[in-house]
Design a binder for this molecule. Structure first.
Ligand code: MG
Ligand code: MG
Length: 273
């Protein structure tokens, strides 16, 4: 059953989502060749606890760490290792926070040093597809409209849309109804209503959509070992329109990136950060 949130609950989810956003902004400074994912994981845990939150993934379904860190051909759910990042790598960082009883959950794929143009394009198209999906989260639309938009946009570039992992509702639990696939035919599933909160998260592969899982029981990687990208936002439906609860702006401030990509999604509570 899809839980409809009150405005107060949405504000609490926003607080948790923004702590994730700030954590990703802090990490953006630290992600460079030579740094290990395990070091970044410790920094993130300390940062979240210092700001009054609890790492949302650590211990959830027995996941061992604060961050899911998935470099290059890893799609999601990578366990942080002590293998240093190299120039030209990409790394998908997914972070969760539990605070005041509500979860935030969002993700960004970072470039490490100088990344080749082909991989940069995968990152750009995947992030653009996230907003194509968010554009469908409107009163009167249905769950599968999100996945249809993401699939149409990314497959037009020859990319593969991961089927086995999906977006989800978000609130007192990290994973609530509905499941939000990143593929499918339009016009299916539950109708969207004000007060719904979703984590929308395309996982897009440069090559085949097929995946494998490592023997660690967690790490998902592409079957053809080509790179994969993952971007995730937490979004509430307010007055019939999508309102971002998370933001990439802290990352952009750190990296000196100018963009107004989030501007259409902050109608109700303009972010003052
Ligand atoms: Mg996530
Ligand atoms: Mg998620």
């Amino acid at each position: 059953m899809i839980k409809i949130k009150t405005n107060k609950e949405i504000d609490l989810i926003r607080e948790s989502a923004l702590l994730v956003s700030k954590t990703l902004g802090m990490l953006a400074k630290e992600i460079k060749p030579g740094v290990t994912p395990l070091y970044l994981d410790r920094l993130a845990e300390e940062f979240i606890r210092d700001h009054g939150g609890i790492p949302g993934f650590k211990g959830l379904y027995d996941f061992p760490n604060t961050l899911c860190m998935s470099p290059n051909d890893q799609v999601v759910h990578g366990i942080p290792t002590d293998k240093p990042l190299k120039n030209g790598d990409i790394i998908s960082v997914d972070c969760g926070v539990l605070m005041n009883g509500y979860y935030g959950d969002h993700a960004y794929t970072f470039e490490v040093g100088e990344v080749d143009e082909k991989t940069k394009k995968l990152l750009r198209i995947t992030k653009e597809s996230l907003y194509k999906g968010i554009d469908q989260f409107r009163a009167g639309k249905r769950v599968s409209d999100i996945g249809h938009a993401i699939q149409t946009y990314t497959e037009a570039h020859g990319y593969g849309v991961v089927r086995e992992l999906v977006g989800h509702g978000l609130g007192k639990k990290m994973h609530e109804d509905p499941q939000v696939p990143n593929y499918g035919r339009p016009g299916r599933g539950k109708k969207f209503k004000d007060g719904m909160v979703l984590a929308i998260e395309p996982m897009i592969n440069m090559g085949t959509h097929r995946i494998n899982q490592l023997a660690d029981g967690w790490t998902i990687l592409t079957a053809d070992r080509k790179p994969s990208a993952h971007y995730e936002h937490d979004v509430a439906l307010i007055n019939g329109k999508p309102e971002l609860l998370s933001t990439f702006q802290y990352i952009y401030d750190t990296l000196g990136i100018q963009t107004d990509e989030e501007k259409p999604y902050h109608q109700v509570y303009p972010l003052n950060i």
